[in-house]
Write a protein that binds this ligand. Structure first.
Ligand SMILES: *Cc1c(COP(=O)(O)O)cnc(C)c1O
Length: 263
């Protein structure tokens, strides 16, 4: 994404000034304010690399946030929430079923015995990384007569603690996914290395974009690779500079969580 004619400096830090100390948002006003700030950061990152801000979808990540605050976020304009645990997504989507047009994205690792929950409540699943999970989801979706947008999670940091397929296994996996009509493959997702080193973070995002570009031409019929889901509160500007089309942002919208390992 780096453009030689571009004079604006790219992000060199994974840390926003306020990162690690976001105040908890509770009122509709709080959410309007935080959403506007995140949208401004998205617009600034887009401007640095000559992208249209309309090409980046902000996915608010609502894990651990209770329903009352989700109602306030909805009132402030959120229509899509990301959850990393299938049980939590199913519980919240049932509790908030009365909110018109609200959709759910499951962004965390899935075990086959939880496929039914995701098939029943999610509009999108971003962490597909095994044939067994694909089979389980396909079976449940067929029973319900519905389809699901999916992204394939790729491990771009080579950290054993991370879920996702190694980049070199993605091409073969996509060929296998062509056999699952209920799974609408939309693109790739990754979590960058958890580090303060902006260059190492950027390298993860470059890896995902390069992989997507290499695979897009030869993608099997029915497999689309338009979406690149990468970037969280601490690193979404870098991700946008490197081509992210979806950024998954929790803390910068909802406030800081107690630190837990991301997977
Ligand atoms: C929690 C989470 C995010 C959002 O992280 P924040 O630091 O809250 O922005 C993004 N992606 C995944 C997979 C997550 O689990």
């Amino acid at each position: 994404m780096q453009d030689s004619e571009n004079t604006l400096p790219l992000a060199t830090s994974t840390r926003h000034a306020a990162h690690g100390s976001y105040e908890a948002a509770t009122t509709v006003e709080d959410f309007r304010h935080n959403l506007a700030q995140v949208q401004a950061r998205i617009a600034a990152a887009c401007a640095r690399v000559g992208r249209d801000a309309g090409t980046v979808r902000l996915l608010p990540v609502s894990k651990t946030v209770e329903e009352a605050r989700l109602r306030a976020a909805y009132a402030a304009g959120c229509r899509f929430f990301g959850e990393n645990k299938p049980q939590e997504a199913a519980r919240k989507s049932a509790a908030l079923a009365g909110l018109d047009g609200l959709r759910w994205s499951v962004i965390g690792h899935l075990q086959t015995n939880k496929a039914k929950l995701v098939a029943g409540c999610a509009d999108e699943f971003q962490a597909l990384d095994s044939l067994r999970v694909a089979e389980a989801l396909e079976r449940r979706l067929q029973q319900l007569g519905r389809g699901l947008d999916v992204l394939v999670q790729v491990n771009t940091s080579n950290e054993a603690s991370k879920f996702g397929l190694p980049p070199e296994e993605v091409a073969a996996f996509l060929r296998q996914l062509a056999a699952f009509p209920a799974l609408r493959v939309r693109g790739l997702m990754t979590l960058a290395m958890l580090t303060e080193d902006a260059r190492a973070v950027r390298a993860c995002f470059v890896r995902l974009r390069t992989l997507r570009d290499a695979l897009r031409e030869a993608a099997p019929a029915g497999v689309a690779l338009e979406e690149l889901s990468m970037g969280m509160s601490g690193d979404f500007e870098i991700a946008i500079e490197e081509g992210a089309t979806i950024v998954r942002v929790g803390q910068a919208i909802f406030g800081s969580r107690a630190p837990v390992a991301a997977g």
